[in-house]
Design a binder for this molecule. Structure first.
Ligand code: F58
Length: 817
């Protein structure tokens, strides 16, 4: 008999080389002499995938027979980043791969560079899901991530004449070697139609949904290997295919187009990711996507469950986590499956839902809280809306018991919003169904209880909790910053990669001049590498000895890239006026704007306008550069964090739920300039106030300013530097030939300024002066940099996931047989 062990791929360079050539032959039908870079990339990826699959089989076997509870992570987005480098790191295959390829005359770094990433997310939320998948596997927790296999992910960003131009992301065009399509699994998902209510011969009432349209969901699996363990989980992304390839009737009467119409429409479902950040798209297709993937996910869980246990074990077997409200239709869908398909009564079904579902909120911005028009939901999901109504009816009864006669509160809490047109409030639906509701940083979780979910927190205080976000140190230090990794490992061993609190051992080296010297040298090398890459790729220049000041994230008014730009303009103005503080700076921006978000696009244009004006000024460009790095994604992010000296986390206090870029910068030794917002608060607590540049209004002060009537133009009158900066924008200096270009931006700042940019300007530029001074005292800066890394252990996603596991999911690690 052939045993698993007989099939185990060998990891030495010679075996790997043989496997690569074999893949070239038998997967790609190529021989080495004619193999392209893509062929070699694919061949290596397939060889690596074999090793991942080997580990995965072991995990699956153990899970198949086990009695444990698994995590079902539901997320509409996963920004997993390029897979080759990360897989080699996890498998410990880097050296073998390098040698195996070298023997073929191929450079591994070149193949890693060649890989395109699956951009299946917008920003922080999608990247968080990917970090969490990594930590789940690393902590030996059985988990499956379910999501959508968008054929086109987040758009690629080009810059033309300083403007963002979107290009479709054809990430699948050269093949995706990491995924495995499972042909044996498919689930049908219905849309539209009507509901039949019937009472059978035993007097049992049942509802039967007759959808008007059926789409099939097929899964594509990508392995997620744990680091320093054999555990390997997977991400299961669902793709829509037509139920029937052709409409035969139409075909037979010669209407060929109509014959394929249904197919095209079904497959459109998973075509494209909505490129919206912070505000939901509100489009029917998006609602269809959400329902489609949660329905597939839940049907899949039930399929697996019923192989070994009765339906009533659902909640014992699965902990279902809603990554924001995008998967909240899982609530009525699970109810429907349990009641209509598997015959449970309402109470039993609701008990299952309440015992397994939990909800993470990622935003307080009112425009970002998802609601769906009732008529749309009624039309698309007639059975689900009935279920939602019944959930709401029972819930409002509970509210009436606690607060008899308080109709205003009941209206506020209702799942159905009655402001203007009726809406389904997804956050209320998710909250009512969940045993735990969490925010993503301490401040955010507190504000969540005090503002958007206040009534609910009063009703069920015990359900509310906080889990501060974290990031994986594997990708964001070990993989992306190998020089720092070596330096740290030489000093304290390599235990920190799996146990990030161990970074604290670096503290004892923080005052050591020799160590500081090495630390600085690593940072400098990383900056040189970034500078070279930027020059080669985009012709962008910067001086690696400059203070590298970086703001990299989606472009949004609440994140205040324009505050950063006002500072750049103030510096430029000072230089032109003959003031020189002796600090050389490069201010780097990177980030995408939602295609329909005009102000965000104008901010990008302004960044380029400022960059050009500085460049054109001989004196200024010696001291100051503004650089906009196009197409921010996981791959470029990995180049930027290791090189940064200063991390800009300057959102209006109370508006950034957590931030995770802030953690990645800190771990890589950047100091933060930031407001008391999101996880900045906790970062500052950990690294120490003296190693963090704090400025700006607090969340409470922001609320108070708005309450008492905020008048931004007062700051213009009071602050000459600010008014000069604004004047420079309107003078046309940054928009040659077009003085009105930035008028929408400027008018908004001067008259409304909803994000209090002008209110925080003075505090920000003064704090930036402190930054400049600190930068000039090299040893002090380096010490702070070391301490920032050393004290950032808390921000590992391993810590976040252990908290979810213990307090929310009640799942235990499973050691492989
Ligand atoms: C982000 N949200 C938060 N949303 O803004 C950030 O503070 C937090 O650190 C991060 O989640 C992880 O918790 C976010 O990225 C989206 O991208 C949504 C995508 C779908 C449309 C609405 C925004």
């Amino acid at each position: 008999m052939i045993e698993g062990e007989d099939l185990k791929p060998r990891d030495d360079a010679a075996s790997l080389r043989k496997d690569i050539v074999e893949k070239l032959f038998f997967e790609l039908a190529k021989f080495p002499d004619v193999a392209t870079r893509n062929d070699y990339y694919l061949a290596l990826a397939y060889a690596v995938r074999d090793r991942l699959l080997f580990r995965w089989i072991n995990s699956s076997r153990t899970y198949y027979t086990g009695k444990h509870r698994s995590v079902i992570y539901l997320s509409a987005e996963y920004l997993i980043g390029p897979q080759l480098g990360a897989s080699l790191l996890t498998l410990g295959l880097e050296e073998s791969a390098k040698a195996a390829l070298a023997a073929q005359g191929v450079d591994l770094a070149d193949l890693i560079e060649h890989e395109e990433e699956p951009g299946l997310g917008n920003g922080g939320l999608g990247r968080l899901a990917a970090c969490y998948m990594d930590s789940l596997a690393t902590l030996d927790l059985p988990a499956v991530g379910h999501g959508l296999r968008y054929e086109f992910g987040i758009f690629d960003q080009d810059i033309r004449d300083g403007w963002q131009v979107e290009r479709t992301d054809r990430w699948l065009r050269r093949g995706n070697p990491w995924e495995v399509r499972r042909y044996e699994i498919e689930h049908t998902v219905g849309f539209g139609g009507w509901v039949d209510h019937v009472t059978d011969e035993h007097g049992k009432y049942t509802a039967r949904w007759i959808p008007a349209q059926i789409v099939k969901g097929v899964p594509y699996d990508t392995t997620v290997p744990g680091y320093g363990t054999q555990t390997t989980n997977f991400l299961r992304l669902w793709s829509a295919v037509a139920d029937e390839e052709f409409d035969l009737d139409a075909f037979q009467v010669g209407e060929y187009w109509r014959a394929v119409d249904q197919k095209i429409r079904s497959e459109n479902l998973t075509k494209v990711l909505y490129p919206n950040d912070s505000s939901p798209a509100g489009k029917q297709l998006r609602l269809e996507q959400q329902f489609f993937f949660v329905s597939c996910a839940l049907q899949d869980c039930i399929r697996l469950l019923l192989q070994r246990a009765p339906i009533r074990d659902f909640a014992d077997k699965f902990a279902v986590q809603l990554n924001d409200t995008h998967p909240a239709l899982a609530v009525p869908e699970l109810m429907r499956l349990l009641i209509d398909i598997h015959g449970l009564g309402w109470d039993e079904a609701w008990d299952q839902v309440r015992r397994c579902v939990a909800y993470t909120n990622h935003t307080l911005l009112p425009e970002a809280l998802e609601t769906w028009p009732l008529p749309l939901m009624q039309r698309l999901l007639p059975r689900h809306i009935e279920i939602i109504y019944e959930i709401n009816r029972r819930f409002l009864d509970e509210v009436a018991v606690k607060w008899p006669g308080d109709h205003e509160r009941a209206a506020r809490m209702s799942i159905i919003g009655e402001h203007g047109d009726k809406q389904v409030r997804m956050a209320h639906l998710a909250t009512v169904a969940s045993h735990h509701i969490n925010g993503v940083a301490a401040l955010h979780s507190r504000l969540l209880k005090e503002t958007v979910l206040r009534d609910f927190a009063e009703l069920w205080p015990e359900r509310f909790t906080n889990v501060t976000n974290g990031v994986t140190p594997r990708r964001f230090v070990a993989l992306s910053n190998p020089k720092l990794t070596d330096l740290i490992t030489d000093a304290i061993g390599d235990g920190w990669i799996k146990n990030l609190d161990k970074l604290a051992d670096l503290e004892k080296h923080a005052d050591d001049r020799g160590f500081q010297e090495k630390w600085r040298a690593v940072k400098h090398r990383n900056k040189v590498e970034l500078a070279n890459w930027l020059d080669k790729t985009y012709g962008l220049k910067f001086d690696p000895s400059a203070l590298f000041d970086a703001q990299c994230k989606r472009i949004h008014e609440y994140k205040r890239q324009h505050l950063n730009l006002l500072h750049a303009i103030a510096l430029f103005d000072r230089i032109r006026r003959g003031e020189d503080d002796g600090v050389t700076r490069t201010i780097v921006f990177a980030g995408k704007a939602a295609p329909a978000y005009r102000t965000a696009k104008l901010i990008i244009r302004l960044a380029h306008g400022v960059a050009d004006a500085i460049n054109a000024d001989e004196r200024a460009r010696e001291r100051l550069r503004v650089v906009f790095i196009p197409d921010f994604n996981v791959k470029t992010a990995q180049r930027i964090y290791p090189a940064a000296d200063l991390s800009e986390q300057i959102s209006t206090a109370g508006m950034e739920a957590s931030g995770t870029g802030n953690m990645k910068f800190t771990l890589n030794g950047a100091l933060t300039i930031g407001t008391l917002d999101g996880a900045n608060v906790e970062i500052r607590e950990c690294v120490g106030a003296e190693h963090f540049f704090l400025f700006g209004l607090t969340a409470e002060q922001v609320t108070e300013r708005k309450r008492t009537g905020y008048r931004p133009y007062i700051h213009l009158a009071e602050d000459q530097e600010l008014s000069r900066a604004i004047d420079l924008i309107t003078s046309g200096l940054f928009s040659p030939g077009d003085r009105g270009l930035y008028a929408p931006l400027v008018d908004n700042l001067v008259h409304q300024d909803p994000f209090l940019v002008l209110a925080d300007f003075r505090s920000y530029v003064d704090t930036q002066r402190d930054v400049g001074n600190a930068w000039q005292a090299q040893a002090g800066w380096t010490k702070s940099s070391i301490l920032n890394s050393a004290r950032a252990g808390k921000f590992s996603s391993d810590r976040s996931i252990s908290e979810y596991a213990k307090t929310i999911w009640r799942v235990q690690p499973v050691k492989l047989k």
